[in-house]
Structures are given as structure tokens and as C-alpha cells.
Design a protein around this ligand. Sequence first.
Ligand code: CP
Ligand code: NVA
Length: 307
Amino acid sequence: MSKILRHFLDLSELPVHDLRAILDASIAMKKNLKAGHPDRPLKDKTLAMIFERPSTRTRVSFEVGMRQLGGEAIMLTGQEMQLGRGETFADTARVLSRFVDIIMIRILSHDALAEMVEFATVPVINGLTRRSHPTQVMADVMTFEEHRGPIKGRTVAWVGDDNNVMASWAHAAERFGFTLRVATPPQLAPNKRLRDWIKAANAPIVLGTDAKEAVRGADCVVTDTWMSMGDKDAEHRHTLLQPYQVDEKLMSLAKPDAIFMHCLPAHRGEEVTDEVIDGPQSVVFDEAENRLHAHKGILAWCLGAVG
Ligand code: CP
Ligand code: NVA
């Protein structure tokens, strides 16, 4: 009988008690690390990381995290692998599963991720696709709660375009029970797949086009690059998104103790001004650090060391 694998693919697919178990473990391991007693539950385990697209935070935090947990990580890029010469994702998944204990992949095509998952016999982690970025938003929820307490019942404002990070924030809103107010230009509004999911899940998400309306009274304001990996037509997108820049004026409409988040890398002077990202409400570097701690929770959960 094949065992049930603990993949980490989308927040919408995981029961909230598993997501909570991951966050609790991440917080405990962060505390132990800082106290000089790092947890090492993944001794002798190996992670294969496949990056079809660039990364600074995801790559380094998964590699360092795996080492801190007692294991090892192997960094691979699609072009250096036979994937770049046409080997299928299915065969790559079958082969890697014979060598390593867990796979993390960043690839634009969500279908390619699904193919890896179908044929892998070890857990697979979604390290970002065009559709979602769930490891990021685990770190984001962790960061919100460290700064402002339980996220349940709170209001988060997303200002920008419809992208992978926004989709994972939407999934998180439904799972963790907070309101997500989304403000996008009408031309860059949430896609039909996400809208259908919001409707079917009866998710607490308010879609709109007015940045001020979304931000007013919010506990947290989030934005992201106007050009996600794979996006085209920079000039057109910049014109559409200019009114959605998060500046001090927009930020002042949120609650006085609201925090500002951004997954990074940031494009200063575009989606956010220096005054906001470097200002007292910004928690973007805590958020980046928490990628490390959240990823350790995710790795430990996928490999059965948590929950
Ligand atoms: N936020 C994020 O995923 O950053 P990287 O692209 O550097 O991994
Ligand atoms: N939305 C961005 C996130 C980068 C971490 C992108 O897909 O490029």
C-alpha cells in the first residue's frame, strides 16, 4: 500500500490544524535556535531543490533551514538538469525520489508541479508557481502574529495586481479566518480560477479597485512587485498600477499600528516608496527572516517530525 505523502502545495488544500502545527513548530524552533539549542529532527535527510526561476530568499532559507535541522540540501537548476534537454517532470520526480527524502521546486507552470507531485514518492513543496506562493504566506502569517497577535478576525489589505502571492494570501484568509481586502486595477483583477474558488469556499475576501477603500482601517497592508516572473508589457502594467503605489499617504489610512509587508524583492519607487518600506510600520526584514523559520516547520511537517 502506498503511504500518504505530506506534500506542501497550496494553503487551500491543507487542514488548518496542520497549518497551525507547522506555525507552532516554526515558532518553537526559532526560539530554540535563538537560545542556542537548535532542533535537529531531520538528521541524515536530503532535500533536492529545483529552481527554474531566480531566487534569493527561498533558495538560501531552504538550504540553511535544512542544514540547521540536521539534513542536507542539493541545489539544482532546470537548465543544468536533463529537464533542460526534455526529460519529463514525471521521470525526474521518479528518479529524484530514489535519491532524496523531499523535493522543493520553483517553476512557473503549476501543471509541471502537479506532474512532479503525481509521480514523486517523496513529499513535494511548492516553492512558487505562477499560481501561488504558499511558503511565503506561511512566513507572512507568522510575522503578522509575532507583531500583532492572532490574525483571526483581523483585516489585511492587498494593493497591487492579481498574482501568486495574492492568491496564497486569499487561501490563508479562508484557512485562518481573517478578511482580505483586495484592490487591483480592473484590468489586473483576480483571475477566474481564483474568483471561482473564493465563491465556492465562501472565503472572507472583498474584491475591489479602490486602494484607499481597501487600506482604510486595515491591520496590515501588503503589496508586491508590479512585474512578477513571467509577466510581460511592463510599460502598460506600470501605467495601470501607478495609482496603487503604497506611499505614506495611503499607509496613513490604515490603523495607526498597522504593519506593512512585502515578500521582497521590492522595486522601490514603484509599488512602494522608500519612506514606507524603510519606515516604522514596515516589518519586511522580519518577514524575510521568517522564511527560514517557517520553512523549517514545513520541512519537519512534510517529513513527519511535526504534527
Ligand atoms: N520572496 C521570495 O520568494 O523571494 P525570492 O524570489 O528571493 O526567493
Ligand atoms: N510575485 C512575485 C513574487 C516573487 C517572490 C513573482 O512571482 O515574481
